[in-house]
Design a protein around this ligand. Structure first.
Ligand SMILES: [Zn+2]
Length: 640
């Protein structure tokens, strides 16, 4: 124990903390040896295999004026057997200002003092951030870290009122996946290290805080801007999530509901009316929903993803509010993560396909249950198209499921391949072994690994013990080809859709001139059929034909974000001027990466387009999430 800390007892410790004097530091980097990576996770600087954080108690104050969360995190941890007393606790941080760090021996006295601890904050790695090493006295059981986030924190998006639906109040939301939790909470930011948490969140009066956790909110406290939460199930850190804004709630069923800004609450509740039935659909096949409530939070349009499966509270983009429930497969997807991902979790980011491939497969099973096999099959076919498109852009070594992300940002592996190739592996097994047998296998898999984080090797071992039993089974499913080789293995279960094939014939006829524009029979087309029709367009289409199509079907003015996206791609490639105002409004109001990135990419193909892209991006960039900004910045830089 250092001389400083010996002086600190009772009120003195409090004084040290509020004054924010830094604790004494370790003198050299060599005193804090790097721990072994957590189960091979190359994206953490923490050492959960040596000293594992099991719980964090958060006290967070949200400052909109300076775009900062001031936090206190009290971490419980367990030293693993055989780990020497000289090994420090190592945590991930990125851009955090560490104000004070203390340790104490027991949780028995919640008001007991924390003695300042020697720490070392290593120089920042551009991807991973800075390792925070805390030297622990032998009897230490808890550490207390007082810290502040940076205005540039990757997980946090601070929205000015103008960027919200209601335009009157600011909004904050977090996106911790993949390795952004460390930019707002000091912890072991590895999906292989699960923890429980509790939180008090203090926000400006009049705003509401929600977390992906059980709400312990008391109305009298909430009026003062104080909100309490608890997550009793052990989760990976990337599932810790917070949002603050002008939010209202509407119930959808006994255990489901929706949070949204008041102006979009009604349309959101209408769009998600089937959620209770979705929960029932998956429960009957794959076991109980183990998280209590399932609510959905509709975020402002700058949310970079379609959805994020934060437990108990999916975060969703408003771009799926189509009015006709045609884009709710996204909700089916996020809900399915309550089994694959949140319950059984990828232990490292190279196992990401275990989260996303399984979930994409389950999503289509839910869609089949609720909306019939035709629609599920259309969605599978469109998914395969996205997969083939991705193969064109991605080098062979990254077309594998078990991807090597060493030295790279795990966000680099988050393309369509883990989703669609992973889902096709499961689909192929279902067709080979029959649905009953495969469903039984999946159910046993979820039960066996519930609340565990597993690697691809864990999965294949279980698969070989429980499904690929005979030599013929192993031959039928060439795991090596799926996991470690590029492209798709021969004999994969290819989806087919008669309805989309009919659309293909219509598109071909129209392009050939055999079908006149006013003879296109699209009155019963779903969103999926429209997407297919627009995707069937070649690089160049005559301007007069596009104008005809637009006049008849009002494509430039379509509110459906996916149809508009496909149409705008065609408009860019063909310099179709009547859509340019719509393109600008689309790119400046939507921040969902999947929808905006391909449009910028298409614009960058020509010099004039590049100028247009730069002009639009200058306006749009302040409203995008850092994750989208990073992707578009890189695209722009690469094009120069
Ligand atoms: Zn997902």
């Amino acid at each position: 124990m250092s001389a400083t800390s010996e002086l600190l007892i009772g009120a003195m410790a409090f004084l040290w903390l509020v004054q924010g004097l830094p604790g004494p530091r370790l003198t050299s980097a060599s005193e804090a040896p790097a721990g072994p990576p957590a189960r091979g996770d190359v994206h953490t600087l923490g050492n959960p295999d040596q000293i594992r954080v099991t719980h964090v108690d958060l006290d967070l104050t949200v400052h909109f004026d300076r775009k900062e969360i001031a936090g206190v995190a009290i971490l419980d941890f367990e030293r693993q057997p055989g780990v020497g007393a000289d090994v420090p606790l190592m945590l991930d941080t990125r851009g955090l200002s560490i104000v004070a760090v203390g340790t104490r021996a027991s949780k028995a006295d919640p008001l007991g003092p924390f003695a300042p601890a020697p720490i070392q904050l290593a120089p920042a790695d551009p991807i991973l951030g800075s390792r925070l090493s805390i030297k622990l006295p032998p009897d230490a059981r808890q550490v207390r870290i007082e810290y502040r986030t940076a205005p540039t924190a990757g997980a946090l998006q601070w929205l000015e009122p103008a960027l919200t639906a209601g335009k009157a109040h600011p909004f904050l939301f977090t996106q911790s996946e993949a390795i952004h939790a460390r930019s707002w909470i000091p912890l072991q930011d590895s999906p292989g290290a699960r923890l429980t948490y509790s939180a008090v969140v203090r926000v400006p009066k009049g705003l509401t805080a929600v977390m992906a956790a059980d709400s312990l909110v008391k109305p009298e406290e909430a009026r003062e801007g104080v909100f309490r939460f608890a997550m009793p199930q052990p989760i990976p850190s990337y599932l810790i999530a917070l949002a603050v804004g002008d939010l209202a709630f509407q119930s959808l069923g006994p255990r489901t509901g929706v949070w949204a800004e008041p102006s979009v609450l009604k349309s959101s509740a209408h769009e998600f009316a089937d959620v209770e039935a979705m929960v029932a659909s998956i429960e009957k096949r794959f076991g109980p929903y183990r998280w209590g409530r399932y609510d959905i939070l509709v975020l402002p349009p700058s949310f970079p993803f379609g959805g994020m499966e934060n437990p108990k509270l999916t975060f969703a983009t408003p771009t799926i509010l189509a009015g006709d429930r045609s884009l709710v497969s996204l909700i089916a997807h996020e809900l399915a993560h309550s089994w694959s991902g949140n319950l059984v979790t990828n232990a490292t980011w190279r196992d990401f396909w275990l989260n996303e491939g399984f979930t994409t497969y389950l999503e289509r099973r839910i869609i089949e249950d609720l909306y019939g096999p035709d629609r599920a099959e259309m969605e599978s076919v469109l998914g395969l198209v996205e997969l083939h498109d991705e193969f064109k852009d991605v080098p062979p070594k990254d077309q594998v499921l078990h991807i090597d992300l060493t030295g790279r940002d795990p966000d680099d592996g988050m393309n369509r391949i883990p989703y669609e190739k992973g889902a096709l592996l499961l689909r192929t097994m279902e067709k080979k072994f029959g649905r009953d047998r495969f469903d039984n296998f999946l159910r046993s898999y979820f039960d066996r690994f519930a609340f565990h984080s597993i690697t691809t090797a864990d999965f294949t071992a279980y698969l070989k013990d429980h499904l690929l039993l005979g030599p013929d089974d192993a031959k039928a499913i060439d795991l090596g080809a799926w996991l470690d080789r590029p492209g798709l293995p021969a004999g994969f279960a290819e989806p087919k859709s008669a309805r989309l094939e009919a659309v293909d014939r219509t598109a071909k006829g129209w392009l050939d001139g055999a079908i006149a524009t006013d003879r296109i029979d699209a009155k019963d087309w779903s969103t999926h059929e429209w997407i297919r029709f627009l995707q069937a367009m070649p690089e160049k289409v005559l301007a007069a034909k596009l104008a005809e199509l637009d006049r008849r079907f009002g494509l430039t003015d379509r509110g459906n974000s996916e149809i508009a996206h496909q149409w705008l791609l065609i408009a860019i490639r063909n310099d179709y001027a009547p859509a340019s105002a719509r393109l600008k409004s689309y790119l400046t109001t939507i921040g969902r990466r999947k929808l905006v990135l391909p449009l910028y990419k298409a614009l960058l193909a020509t010099l004039a387009g590049r100028q247009q892209a730069e002009a639009i991006y200058a306006t749009a960039r302040p409203g995008y999430h850092p994750i989208t900004v990073d992707s578009v910045d890189r695209l722009m830089k690469g094009a120069k």
